[in-house]
Design a protein around this ligand. Structure first.
Ligand code: NAI
Length: 334
């Protein structure tokens, strides 16, 4: 029996998490969920979006599954997601973009991995006004964080029998910050002579991903580029409803979909639960439950191939709950 922290999240979070829990249950893997509040509900109950209890639960259980949390734009609380990643040192953000059948997208057979540095860069939170009409945001890059994220990418590549790591940067302009990232990447790459290594400037990378995505495999990059390019990769495989992710540290790991809380769909039973369900599969793989993870991925593939129980963003008419149930039933049958 595993003990896992559960945060249902805001907006569409509770609906897609309910679907994912049903699918996990169908695998037969026994999990005792320790539910804890964060986000809007936590503000109402405890006056803070990230109660100490949530952080303590994750520290204790070491693994968590979470729905998306709403962050106010421009004002209000600092992003909770960023706060959690920094507090728990969840330094690697692993974002997967894989093609599934009958999902409307420009390509087939995409299988891309974005490894995003999750703790520093432009997300360090060092920002201030300079007088009334200027503002500064400081991008912080350290050798330690750069080396460990690149090492994570190479280890992931090796463990998953993948072939190539591409380091993405803008060191031609940001000679110090991205220059240091690149220097660290080269030093780590030398320790993995069996894995192909290359470098791409971020703007060129964006174009290459649109034109020739099959040339790429695992990509590792500073925080902001990872945020942007992983959404681009999501676009290549049918949108944000399809992409799972994990925030992984040496101690604690927290799994969540790439997408946000999609407030406009809250309570409407129309959000796509696939990203959340694939996120649960990623979590099971992390726990060592490879077979259960594969069953979920096969069940998702089957339900999408049949094209009957799929949500409106996939050109279907099924609700979130119905699609979740269809995937859970397939898992049981496999
Ligand atoms: P979003 O990902 O919530 O939505 C972007 C677009 O994709 C919207 O059109 C939305 O309706 C659609 N979408 C997203 N997930 C979907 C799904 N499962 N099924 C169908 N359509 C889906 O991003 P947005 O609008 O920028 O942010 C909304 C809120 O979510 C903000 O408060 C933001 O801070 C938060 N957010 C939280 C994240 C997290 O908890 N890790 C990540 C990204 C955003």
């Amino acid at each position: 029996m595993y003990k896992v922290t559960l945060i249902r999240g805001d907006g569409i979070g509770p609906e897609i998490v309910a679907a994912a829990l049903e699918v996990v249950e169908a695998t037969g893997v026994k999990i005792a969920w320790e539910e804890t509040l964060a986000g809007e509900e936590a503000v109402e109950k405890f006056g803070t979006p990230l109660p100490e209890e949530a952080v303590a639960s994750l520290r204790k259980n070491k693994v968590g599954l979470k729905g998306p949390l709403t962050t106010q734009v421009g004002s209000g609380y600092r992003s909770l997601n960023v706060a959690m990643r920094q507090k728990l040192d969840l330094y690697a953000n692993l974002r997967l973009a894989k093609s599934y059948p009958r999902v409307n997208s420009p390509y087939e057979d995409i299988d891309l991995v974005v490894v995003r540095e999750n703790t520093e860069g432009l997300y360090s939170g060092v920002e201030h006004m300079v007088g009334l009409d200027a503002a500064e945001s400081i991008k912080i890059v350290t050798r330690r964080a750069s080396e460990r994220i690149v090492r994570f990418a190479f280890e992931y590549t090796r463990r998953n029998s993948r072939r190539k790591v591409t380091a993405v940067h803008k060191a031609n302009i940001l000679k110090f910050s991205d220059g240091l990232f690149l220097e660290a990447a080269r030093a780590v790459a030398e320790q993995y002579p069996d894995i192909e290594y290359e470098e791409k400037i971020v703007d060129n990378m964006a174009m290459q991903l649109v034109q020739k995505p099959h040339l790429y495999d695992v990509m590792v990059m500073p925080n902001l580029y990872g945020d942007i390019l992983s959404d681009l990769c999501a676009g290549l495989v049918g949108g944000l409803g399809m992409t799972p992710s994990g925030n992984i540290g040496d101690e604690v790991s927290l799994f969540e979909p790439v997408h946000g809380s999609a407030p406009k769909y809250k309570g409407l039973d129309r959000a796509n639960p696939v990203a959340m369900i694939l996120t649960a599969a990623l979590m099971l793989r992390h726990l060592g439950e490879e077979k259960a993870a594969q069953r979920i991925e096969r069940a998702v593939t089957e339900v999408l191939r049949e094209g009957k129980a799929v949500t409106p963003d996939l050109n279907g008419t099924a609700g979130t709950a119905a699609m979740g149930l269809a995937i859970a039933e397939k898992v049981t049958a496999l």
